[in-house]
Design a protein around this ligand. Sequence first.
Ligand SMILES: [Zn+2]
Length: 162
Amino acid sequence: MRMNKISASQPAEKAGQAGAAEPVVCRSCGAVYANGDWTSARKLRAGRHPRWQPAIMVTCPACKKIEKGAVGGYVTISGIFATVHGDEIDRFVENEAERIAEDDPLSRIMRRIESTGHLQIETSTQHLARCLGTALAKAFDGEAHCDLTDGSKVAHVTWHRD
Ligand SMILES: [Zn+2]
């Protein structure tokens, strides 16, 4: 399933050329834009598009957002269980994010900020933040909440387990 609503919004701008020449490749993450859609570098490495030879270098929308620090979602992880199983949760979140990025290459983890008692993860899209909250609750129980305040485009997700 592709996130067409994201990738279809300004294709010419995303391709980095007025004529929307493609395929193009992101110089930061290797994502490829072709046939009107972004494909993650990971998926390309899996050999699904072995004949693509992108020649035009751009910065993809996800990397632009990351450069600008434009956060799409926050996931705040807290609780005793989360602290004790920190490494396991880190690995889970990373794997989950990679899996989600295969279908939605514009969804990335931007930053992780650790502080006493909780971990905050910044994501490039609200979609990824919500998926991570749901996945954590499904895998480890605990409680996940998502706030989309005032029609804001930023998701505030929390997951807590003691
Ligand atoms: Zn990129």
